[in-house]
Design a protein around this ligand. Structure first.
Ligand code: BES
Ligand code: MN
Ligand code: ZN
Length: 499
């Protein structure tokens, strides 16, 4: 899709369709008033007759409106002007795309940028219109033999800005929206690909592909024998039961020549989580192909940062394995030694995420990170606690936690903090090893983070549990690309601060 910005009156746009907001109680937006005036009260007449009320979900497509240069005018109901938040803004954009797709128009001038969204400026609306439009258009069709393509697909959106003064900044936010959206798209594609195709080896090949596409990215892949030498007994204990060899993928994005300490992103890359010998129940087990969504988000974020050529150093570390039951798989009760030297009693082979992450987190030390953020579909308990609206955030450093919380608010891709108190550490006690890999009853998300924190004493850690937000179940089953938006926003904020 092509995106750009432009200033100018709606009736003067020589284009396939002009999109205009109207509000509840039949209230016209400024652009609607302009078209109304040009067309001698046509819009206000329609509204008075009740053809469109302006409620959220209302849409009305008009053709050949008098004294306009466009082929069509699409009126979009936005609900009460005062109630429009980030969620509603996305919905409004979805409703627009849905109607446009069957309209025949291919080039669109959108005046939805004039909608007031609580605490958001025009630049935010430009960036997030792009993300919302791309989200509505996303389909995962690669594996269907019949690919349904629209007969006249949408090609171009032009967002209206107020005056020429807003053009330059507007273009910057178009670039930002497109880069983040591409990162989200990439993360979704990787995640939606099933476990027989998206293996650890496939993830490694995709990381290598990014290296070829961007000069600033260097990708290294460690094999099982390399990990053996490093003493990654915890990670290797998980992949033991699978025929797919484990990979440790390291992506270095270096675009800040100063010897600036990097942001390290560690993404859980379990390409299928059957539970292992502690086998999961069958219902919805297919969704455990999404257990690599943390890894996918790391790849998506690095891709977005490289597209934008952000002046920053980032290291992505992806421990990738498949968790399967087998005659040589790890058993409950097995004790393994992690790269840190600490021993772990595996009381449940389904708590495998922390076993691969702990070795990746120890490996992260060598990069002398400024901060480390790990992203993982780690616990079902996180879904119980927070549902599907927000990721769980746990951190040993409150400035880092606060930065992520505010990046979440800014982007709309939110996280919510849970305590990482020492009080919970005792739940990990083992009679036979330094720790157990499960924390027993209660606070499952926190005890998982406590486990990780035992491997991150040398640096600032934030842990994002994305079990609830990384994909949707049910009839709309599919990856969301979260938290690519949140993390890219966090990095953009850091880059801004360094200026
Ligand atoms: N990948 C799962 C967590 C998960 C489950 C995410 C369902 C999203 C939906 C993880 O590896 C796991 O199995 N965790 C266990 C931990 C337990 C054994 C302590 C869980 O949450 O049940
Ligand atoms: Mn598991
Ligand atoms: Zn898992």
């Amino acid at each position: 899709m092509e995106y750009t910005v432009k200033s100018g009156n709606p009736e003067k746009q020589r284009i396939g369709c002009v999109v205009i907001p109207v509000y509840a109680s039949r209230k016209l937006s400024p652009s609607a008033k302009i078209i109304d005036k040009a067309s001698n009260g046509y819009i206000s007449n329609l509204v008075r007759r009740g053809e469109i009320e302006g409620d959220l979900g209302n849409v009305l497509l008009l053709h050949n409106v008098e004294n306009t240069l466009c082929d069509r005018v699409l009126l979009i109901g936005c609900g009460k002007e005062k109630d429009i938040n980030v969620k509603t803004f996305y919905k409004i954009n979805h409703n627009m795309v849905k109607r446009l797709q069957i309209s025949g128009a291919t080039e669109i001038a959108s005046y939805l940028t004039e909608i007031p969204v609580k605490r958001k400026d025009i630049n935010w609306k430009i960036q997030h219109s792009i993300e919302a439009i791309d989200e509505s258009l996303y389909r995962f069709n690669q594996l269907k033999s019949e690919k349904k393509e629209a007969r006249r697909p949408l090609r171009k959106f032009i967002f209206s800005v107020n005056g020429r003064g807003q053009l330059m900044q507007g273009e910057q936010f178009v670039r930002q929206g497109m880069a983040i959206s591409a990162g989200i798209h990439l993360a979704k594609d990787l995640a939606n690909l099933p476990g027989n195709l998206c293996t650890p080896e496939y993830l490694a090949s995709q990381a290598k592909k990014l290296e070829r596409q961007h000069d600033a990215i260097k990708t290294t892949v460690l094999e099982e024998k390399d990990m053996q030498k490093l003493g990654m007994g915890a990670l290797l204990s998980v992949s033991k039961g699978s025929h797919e060899p484990a990979k440790l993928i390291i992506m270095e994005y270096n675009a800040n020549d100063k010897k600036q300490a990097p942001v390290v992103l560690v993404g859980k890359g379990v390409t299928f989580d059957s539970g292992g010998i502690s086998l999961k129940p069958g219902a919805a087990m297919d969704e455990m192909k999404y257990d690599m969504c943390g890894a996918a988000s790391v790849i998506g974020v690095i891709n977005a940062c490289a597209e934008l050529q952000l002046p920053i150093n980032i290291v992505g570390i992806i421990p990738s394995v498949e968790n399967m039951p087998d005659g040589i798989a790890s058993r409950p009760g097995d004790i393994v030694t992690s790269m840190s030297g600490q021993t772990i009693e595996i009381l449940n082979t389904d708590a495998e995420g922390r076993l691969i992450l702990c070795d990746a987190l120890t490996y992260a030390e060598q990069f002398n990170p400024d901060v480390v953020i790990d992203i993982a579909t780690l616990t079902g308990a996180c879904i119980v606690a927070l549902g599907a609206h927000t990721a769980g955030l746990l951190s040993n450093h409150s400035p880092l936690a606060n930065d992520l919380l505010s990046a979440g608010k800014a982007s709309g891709d939110r996280c919510w903090q849970l305590p990482l108190w020492d009080d919970y550490q005792e739940q990990l006690k083992s009679n036979f090893a330094d720790m157990a890999n499960i924390g027993g009853k209660g606070a499952g998300t926190i005890t998982a983070a406590c486990f990780l924190s035992r491997f991150t004493k040398k640096y600032h850690l934030a842990h994002l549990d994305i079990a609830g937000v990384a994909w949707k179940s049910g009839s709309h089953k599919g990856a969301t690309g979260r938290p690519v938006d949140l993390l890219t926003q966090y990095i953009l904020d850091r880059v801004d601060e360094n200026k």
